[in-house]
Design a protein around this ligand. Sequence first.
Ligand SMILES: [Fe+2]
Length: 245
Amino acid sequence: MNVAILADIHANFDALSAVAAELAFRRPDRIYHLGDLVGYNAQPEECIRWAMANTAAGVSGNHDAVACGRATGRLFHAAARKAALWSRDRISPEARGYLSSLPVQRFIEGGALLVHGAPSEPGRYVDSVDHAAQELSTLFASVAAGPIFFGHTHEAGGFVRRKDRRVESVPAKDFRLLPGEPAMLNPGSVGQPRDGDRDASFLLFDTVDGTVTWVRVPYDVEAARRKVLEAGLPREFADRLRDGM
Ligand SMILES: [Fe+2]
């Protein structure tokens, strides 16, 4: 089975539409998301509706939790909180109900585990070999027969623990999972990439042969930026789309 994993869409429907067109071409059997459907950008309702209609399942991100009232966002920095509350105030009851229904983690085909930030804590950033080594030794990681897919950092790539227990970085290219070498893999962000490449990012996972392929998709960044500014959302979020940082 071929599975597509999308993360951190963040209310960027221009980016999501371009990814959807690419998915229509690549035709995965299932699509999953890793949360943060909303926040930062200007089209939360459209992105949630797309996820409801097109994904098999997903998990809750920290911005989703604020937008559905499950969390206050008091630990967010001010601009991020403003955008999450902006999303909260604009989504429909159906969209809010969907966000409220999302679990913090879930297993899927191939024994893979979906989380937003980290298996130990949905809001934790896994952004270094040391963090990944800690997470790969948690109970949830040990019961996952397949890879752990995570988002939250908005950086495509990941980490693998080799048979000699060394944990190393995985660049966001083609990767092959091997038995006895657990991996944490990040599809990158659809709606607000921060790895220096402003193109939308996602990955494809072949559950049979264990290959993982990252895909970057150019989209109309200027259209998304304009919507952020016209909505009165913080300018820094428009700039991040332009810079990919
Ligand atoms: Fe995010």
